[in-house]
Ligand binder design. Sequence first.
Ligand code: ADP
Ligand code: ADP
Length: 223
Amino acid sequence: GRVIDARGLVHEYPDGTRALDDVSLAVEAGESVAVVGPNGSGKSTLQLALGGLVTPTAGRVEYFEETTDAEAVRERLGVLLQDPDDYLFNTTVREDIAYGPAQLGMAEARADERVAALADALGLTDLLDRPPFRLSGGEKQRAAVASVLAFDPDVLLLDEPLGAVDAHYRARILELLDAHDGATVVFTPTLDVVPELAERVVLVGTDGTVAADGGVREVLTDR
Ligand code: ADP
Ligand code: ADP
């Protein structure tokens, strides 16, 4: 089924900057979509709009076809913004990663298991009792990724999840996303590297419109 159906999104910031200009994007369950485009083309704004974190000036986003209950949508949508500090506000890294599962009422045993498994996969085990502000940039980003994956969302909206992490952990994060069975992923890759994970590429132009939308090769070799 259709997981996200965005139609005619226009977003203008208060200063008049038009970041999105008539963007439509439908994402089917299980798809992995990379949103690419130059700096300032509107990729982050699009992620915010898809995640319901900004209300677009015009247009609308529908989720899961018939489901309209905002609470239900929130439980199924994992949104990772560009700044890891938005996710790290508890006393320890462990509490940050466990925050989502606790909010959603996940059984404690299952939550503990997920925290341990994600910490292990992302090299955070020895950092779990540290305050998050004492992490390096790359460690923060890994902890933020863990905190979004921890509550096991069906849909992941990830804005540059790999920017601050080294090659080793980039590969680990991509493995985790790949193994996140049946999940739908919309992500903004770092630089021009579109990892193998992506099946589809949406190219946003400098004018905030969708310049191309299709298979990875189709979109990227034409340019
Ligand atoms: P990208 O993620 O592709 O770099 P953004 O969505 O961050 O693009 O930005 C799109 C456009 O909107 C840019 O021109 C940017 O300067 C502008 N913009 C982003 N955030 C704001 C804001 N809070 N206020 C005004 N303009 C903004
Ligand atoms: P990165 O290459 O990820 O940016 P850094 O050079 O910032 O790494 O940090 C290197 C190591 O120092 C990391 O293992 C990190 O845990 C540790 N470290 C960084 N900042 C602090 C801090 N404020 N307190 C304790 N350890 C820290």
